[in-house]
Design a protein around this ligand. Structure first.
Ligand code: NAD
Ligand code: GLY
Length: 370
């Protein structure tokens, strides 16, 4: 079994660094890994948080691995879906922590996608003022993005991710094999975030993606290619987060495609597109704005479009969406600072900047052309 290990390191050393380990068929090795890292040793207790779909597939293997390593293991199964990323679900994690007598030295394991990872991470950030937690990501999005970097949280009825904390995991344990059961639409949507890393940070990843015939389903990717994608994305996120843990500046480049993407999700009432599809469209639009304003070349935009096409993500705005509605939604977004909309602009493949120098007139012009 070949393992790719990437380290997230914080130069100031106030936050502990950690490993992202990517290895096919590694799920069974989780318990031993915790022992190696000295996690959960004093109390010997682990709480696994998951949902019924994921737990049905991978619960036994995860729990057995932990039990074989000598841990006392409890599991909590929360209902699946973004609409359950709530204070009520968080309360259930606290209840399970209490019932199972978790101590400061116990570990919470998040077995799931971004929803489970964000909630379990937030519970770990807050229960007893902070427990160790381990991310075992089971979606492509979680493997390349949400499991890394320590953003944890839940939704408020008035908005996504409004309640949260930075709390870094002690380990990210990635077994790509679990993606075999992931629904195709989830895989495709996360591919928008993968392409994002190629555009904003990693030219080599972009080239590797360009060499693939199709990016829309896992079965079209060789396992070496999938491993390469996972390791490049994880390394990109690790590098960015290591340099800017709390999103003072650089980390904001991860929002490429999100300014317009969020606005599109809002005006379509979160029904027409899922998040990744909206981000893909947001990248098409941000790329077109970058051409219009001379940030990057039309050839770069075309190369980006080719990848988005290969992932079979939408590249056109539906005709019935009024571009003015998107402008209004963007102006209300949390990425507005002092009345200016913050944009991530690509400068070339693998390079990007954060700027407030994109005027809404240009955005409207581009939206009308699409
Ligand atoms: P998700 O967690 O809702 O998972 C998507 C669906 O796939 C769910 O129905 C889940 O049950 C199912 N699933 C998961 N793994 C599976 C598997 N291996 N086999 C079969 N089915 C499986 O969605 P997501 O896209 O992983 O995460 C989205 C969430 O992540 C959002 O809440 C978003 O706010 C958050 N997020 C957080 C960060 C961060 O930095 N913390 C970054 C990006 C997104
Ligand atoms: N997904 C954006 C971030 O982690 O900062």
């Amino acid at each position: 079994m070949t393992t790719t290990t990437i380290t997230v390191d914080f130069p100031a050393k106030q936050t502990k660094g950690y490993e992202i380990a990517i290895a096919p068929h590694s799920l069974e090795g989780l318990g031993e890994k915790l022992i190696t890292l000295g996690l959960g040793q004093k109390s010997n207790r682990v709480l696994v948080v998951s949902n019924p779909i994921i737990f049905k597939h991978y619960g036994d293997r995860t729990v057995n691995s932990l039990k074989s390593a000598g841990f006392e293991v409890a599991s909590l199964i929360l209902p699946a879906g973004e609409r359950f990323k709530t204070a009520a679900s968080l309360q259930k994690i606290y209840d399970a922590a209490l019932l199972n007598r978790l101590e400061r030295s116990s570990v919470i394991v998040a077995l799931g996608g971004g929803v489970i990872g964000d909630m379990a991470g937030y519970a770990a950030a807050t229960w007893l003022r902070g427990l160790d937690f381990v991310q075992v990501p089971t979606t492509l999005l979680a493997m390349v993005d949400s499991a890394i970097g320590g953003k944890t949280g839940i939704n408020h009825p008035q908005g996504k991710n409004l309640i949260g904390a930075f709390h870094q995991p002690r380990l990210v344990w990635t077994d790509p094999e679990v993606l075999k059961t992931l629904p195709v639409r989830e895989f495709r949507a996360a591919m928008a975030e993968v392409i994002k890393y190629g555009v904003i940070w990693d030219q080599e990843l972009f080239e590797q993606l360009s060499a693939c015939d199709r990016l829309d389903q896992m079965r079209y990717l060789k396992s070496e290619t999938l491993n390469l994608i996972l390791s490049h994305c994880a390394r990109a996120k690790a590098e960015i987060v290591s340099k800017d843990e709390k999103e003072g500046n650089l980390r904001a480049i991860l929002n490429y495609g999100h300014t317009v993407g969020h606005a599109i999700e809002m005006v379509t009432n979160y029904r027409l597109f899922n998040h990744g599809e909206a981000v893909g469209l947001g990248m098409v639009i941000a790329g077109a704005i970058a051409v219009e304003l001379g940030f990057w070349q039309i050839s770069d935009q075309n190369a980006q479009l080719q990848l988005i096409n290969k992932a079979k993500l939408p590249i056109n705005l539906p005709k019935d969406i009024d571009p003015n509605q998107i402008i209004t939604a963007m102006s209300q977004d949390k990425k507005v600072e002092s009345g200016k909309v913050i944009f991530v602009m690509p400068k070339a493949i693998g390079k990007s900047i954060v700027t407030d120098q994109v005027d809404l007139g240009t955005v409207l012009k581009v939206l009308k052309k699409l």
